[in-house]
Ligand binder design. Structure first.
Ligand code: MN
Length: 203
């Protein structure tokens, strides 16, 4: 069987300081992300035919191909694995939103400032654990919030940018102040990766 494994992190845990602290990065990556992978592998143990599929294939079309018995764990843990694998490359300090991604944001939201405002409001109002995304839906950029580890791809929407809003993503440094974490997030967005995600989505 092909086991799912933790993808390499291409930067040091402390590279996002002071916006995201090294301890949070270390625990988030080596413990939380690893746990989603371990639990996904364990959910698939009895289903050899599903073991060689990519996480995207497991989650597609509302998990249609997943047997009822393991639907919930696969949704949670394949989702957690996919979302975190998508999240790490999105983070880098000192990047500017420019070029095609800026043009598309301006086309869809009016301005970068308006997009940020709407994204912040959506991220802040999400109840409980989940993610807030910039997604591509029928060729249009939209903001979408999802609960738990639900992936936009299960709804046939393509993620372009996303913020992890689970408390494990920020509580060590920001504690109850989710708004401060969301505000810091704008300083660690790797806009060149966001643009790559947009290009991959064939816009
Ligand atoms: Mn997380």
């Amino acid at each position: 069987m092909t086991l799912h494994t933790l993808p390499p992190l291409v930067y040091a845990f402390d590279s996002l300081e002071p916006f995201i602290d090294a301890k949070t990065m270390e625990i988030h990556y080596t413990k939380h992300h690893q746990a989603y992978i371990d639990k996904l592998n364990s959910a698939l143990e009895k289903y050899p035919s599903l073991q060689n599929l990519k996480v995207e294939e497991l989650l597609t079309d509302n998990l249609k191909i997943i047997p009822d018995e393991i639907k919930t764990p696969v949704k949670n843990h394949a989702g957690g694995h996919l979302n975190h694998s998508f999240f790490w490359p999105l983070l880098k300090k000192g990047m500017l939103c420019e070029g095609k991604i800026l043009a598309e944001i301006e086309k869809n939201f009016g301005s970068l400032a308006t997009f940020k405002e709407k994204f912040n409001a959506s991220a802040l109002s999400l109840f409980g654990s989940g993610w807030c995304w910039l997604i591509l839906n029928n060729g249009k950029l939209e903001i979408l919030a999802t609960s738990n580890q639900d992936s936009p791809i299960s709804q046939k929407k393509i993620p372009i940018l996303g913020i992890d809003l689970w408390e494990h993503a920020y509580y060590l440094k920001y504690m109850n102040k989710r708004a401060d974490y969301i505000s810091a997030f704008w300083s660690v967005i790797n806009w060149s990766q966001v643009e790559k995600n947009l290009q991959k989505a064939h816009i």
